[in-house]
Design a protein around this ligand. Structure first.
Ligand SMILES: Nc1ncnc2c1ncn2[C@@H]1O[C@H](COP(=O)(O)OP(=O)(O)OP(=O)(O)O)[C@@H](O)[C@H]1O
Ligand SMILES: [Mg+2]
Length: 481
């Protein structure tokens, strides 16, 4: 695995040394400099993944150092470290594209977390995503596939890259939405400007709003300093709103305003701030259903969907499976530092016939696992039997959208006006299970009992308890059974 290299620029000898030691313990490769001038030399001569700059430096200032680093390498992510008195400068630096800033003395776990995020953001900006290359020659990320469906995707990426249009990328989980977003950015006219990713499902609602829009000092308890949000930070560049189908309605309204009026307001601030960002959004959700359920704004949907890229599930382009296998075998062998052991034709056939509910992510995870497990022995069809069998037999609970259930439970539990007990939830779930089973069996209770592996009387008792009403399409004959 690649080791990330961090440059630390700080004139405080003791602090710099202990900070570098800490980073080394976290398995980073670390270079340090005691002045901006020395730091710039290092940036010129090394390949770096992150630079951490103290604002107060002897000689040229931290801000000046940051500006010059941007000129040398506009995509090298920077974290600004600042003492309380110099936060204004740090805020300016974030507006100019610094990843973030932290106040001294900083909280170590928080700092390490930020470092990981900043390095990842830099990676997304810099690691090229190539399209449709031969597996042998490539070292970075690539979108593999020569199927007709994928050719259409490449054409679409090419077309949208040349415009500033908002793009909506749709597709099941693991089909490559994020990869496509990065390709659009890298091939586009804003490729030398920032690219920031916000995952709407991974961040809690209140935090998501301040992450995106930033806030003024005193906007809420704990807002002791002004904070520049990711949208403002991506000014001139691109922001990727991942899992936009999960974005809370209140934030959707603000994104709509951003699309229509090209401006935002920080939380707790009345000032309207003009911003120029290109939005690329992605979701695996059915937005049309979400609109019906009033979870997604129709007006936002219409704005987003003008340019849509639909990524096909892997099972609809099985002809790409062999080249994906070959690509990942080469790539993982290299990363694991082993000779590519090769894979038997029967094994490729076995994988080509599987349905891949988790799409390419599932395929690559599985190949990696088998490669490690086989320790250099050629890969056979039987190597996959057990895993694929297991997946095909996955329980219902593993396949359903856990996020939606979580959200439902979360909403009900958060409603303080109601007292929901554990049993209430279980009852609701068992009610759903029974009515679905009855639907599948067209209302035939004997069959439904068999399907659920419970006795008929137990099923009857549950139907009574839950007062399950059967849909009208079920004939009264069926009900009699
Ligand atoms: N066409 C492809 N060729 C090679 N690798 C791919 C391809 N599509 C996806 N991948 C790889 O599969 C994994 C999942 O892709 P990605 O994260 O882009 O999917 P996603 O659609 O965003 O999924 P999710 O909805 O779960 O976030 C990544 O490791 C990505 O590099
Ligand atoms: Mg994704």
């Amino acid at each position: 695995m690649k080791v990330d290299t961090i440059l630390v620029i700080d004139d405080d000898d003791q602090l710099r040394k202990s900070f570098c030691k800490l980073l080394k313990e976290e398995n980073y490769s670390v270079i340090s400099a005691a002045s901006g001038e020395a730091g710039l030399e290092i940036v010129k001569q090394n390949t770096l993944d992150l630079v951490i700059i103290d604002m107060r430096l002897p000689g040229i200032s931290g801000m000046e150092t940051f500006k010059r680093i941007k000129e040398i390498d506009s995509k090298l992510p920077a974290i600004i470290v600042t003492a309380y008195g110099t936060t204004q400068i740090a805020i300016e630096a974030t507006k100019m594209g610094a990843y973030d800033y932290v106040l001294k003395p900083f909280d170590v776990p928080e700092m390490l977390n930020l470092i990981r995020q900043a390095i990842e953001a830099g990676y997304f900006m810099r690691a090229p995503v190539e399209m449709d290359i031969s597996a042998e020659t490539h070292s970075g990320d690539a979108i593999i596939g020569q199927s007709k469906a994928m050719q259409e995707i490449y054409k679409a990426i090419g077309r949208v890259s040349q415009s500033d249009a908002t793009v909506l990328i749709r597709g099941e989980s693991g089909t490559g939405k994020e990869l496509v977003a990065r390709a659009i950015y890298q091939h586009g006219v804003r490729a030398d400007k920032p690219f920031l990713i916000i995952n709407c499902v991974a961040i809690p609602e209140t935090l998501l709003e301040s992450e995106l829009f930033g806030y003024e000092k005193g906007a809420f308890t704990g807002a002791s300093q002004k904070h520049i949000g990711k949208i403002e930070q991506a000014n001139g560049g691109t922001i990727f709103l991942d899992e936009i189908g999960d974005m809370p309605l209140s934030i959707q309204a603000k994104i709509l305003r951003l699309l229509q009026e090209k401006c935002i307001e920080r939380l707790g601030g009345g000032e309207t701030i003009p911003v120029d960002v290109r939005i690329v959004a992605a979701t695996h959700k059915n937005l049309e259903n979400a609109i019906k359920e009033e979870k997604f704004r129709e007006d936002l949907y219409f704005r987003l969907k003008v340019v849509t890229i639909n990524l096909p599930p892997l099972r609809e382009r099985r002809e790409d499976i062999p080249s994906l296998i070959s690509y990942y075998m080469t790539r993982f062998s290299r990363e694991l530092k082993i000779d590519n052991p090769g894979i038997k034709t029967e094994a490729i056939d076995r994988l080509s016939n599987y349905d891949w509910p988790g799409n390419i992510r599932e395929l690559s995870n599985l190949l990696q696992k088998v490669l490690i497990f086989n320790r250099g022995a050629p890969i056979l069809a039987t190597d996959f039997d057990q895993v694929i069998q297991q997946r095909e037999n996955q329980t219902l609970a593993e396949k359903i959208e856990l996020n939606e259930i979580r959200q439902w439970v979360h909403e009900l539990l958060s409603d303080k006006s109601k007292n929901h007990t554990f049993d209430d939830f279980m009852d609701t779930v068992s009610g759903i299970v029974i009515s679905e089973a009855l639907m599948i069996c067209n209302g035939n209770r004997s069959q439904a009992a068999k399907l659920l592996n419970i006795s008929r009387p137990t099923l009857h008792a549950k139907i009574d308890k839950h007062k399950i009403k059967l849909k009208t399409q079920i004939s009264s004959n069926d009900l009699a059974t």
